[in-house]
Design a protein around this ligand. Sequence first.
Ligand code: SF4
Length: 286
Amino acid sequence: MIPPALALDMSDEEPAENISGGTAGGGKSAAFDPERAGTRAEAVVDRLGEMYWTKTYGGRDAFECLVRTILSQNTSDKASQPAHDELMARYGSDGGPASGGGTGTDLARALADADQPELAETISSAGLYNQKSERIIALADRICEEYGGEAGFDEFVRDSDPEAVRSTLLDMNGVGPKTADCVLLFAGGRGGVFPVDTHVHRIARRMGLAPADADHETVREHLERDVPAEKCGFGHTAMIQFGREYCSARKPACLDDPEACPLAGHCDQVGVYPATGEVVDPAEAE
Ligand code: SF4
């Protein structure tokens, strides 16, 4: 079962409440003093922590993260969520018709052994179900062959050198940099990993925390360089929430009211022109 914190990035849904230091998902709260930030990026993340939460992450099922990612490709969350639920009901440890709903099923093993047309039918609501079912089975096969199943894969993600994990994940069909970083953060519990989704990419460049024309990887490098390791996880999730509430793609809060954004004092407003009401991607800013 993937909790809201992970679903947040994989499916762009935010946690329903401030979960700082809570028990759901383990981890511990990251203590900090906003007055003592060493960089502007750190000051921004500190302020986001005050506004939202300061949770640290880890302990999620790495293979399930990957399955969820594949299901969500080229479709909406609304369509992929039922497919995920159906898949888990049929092949996960709480389901499994083959086992009569028994427990202890290794998801990777169950999916490696799955009948492809049957899996395709199970996930049909996600669209592209033939291609996705083939990908999932191939991935499950690889996880079983190389790690002996999902537990071994979890161990690899949690304990191996992060760069080795990252490049292994990127070598898997259907896994991109954002997914690899989310698996490292939410399953591996790795500090110093700041996944960059579309919100983080936009906000970091608008604020001037990264060059205006930086690609996702460059934004990630800047944030991971400037934000202390223990703050990267909540920096990522809280920045996404901030993007939804204040700094949206088309209508940042400062456009109509310079006082409306709580982070205005840290922001260069690259590509945002309150005088004319115009907003462009930072890469296209004058
Ligand atoms: S001041 Fe405007 S552009 Fe800057 S973070 Fe706030 S809403 Fe976004």
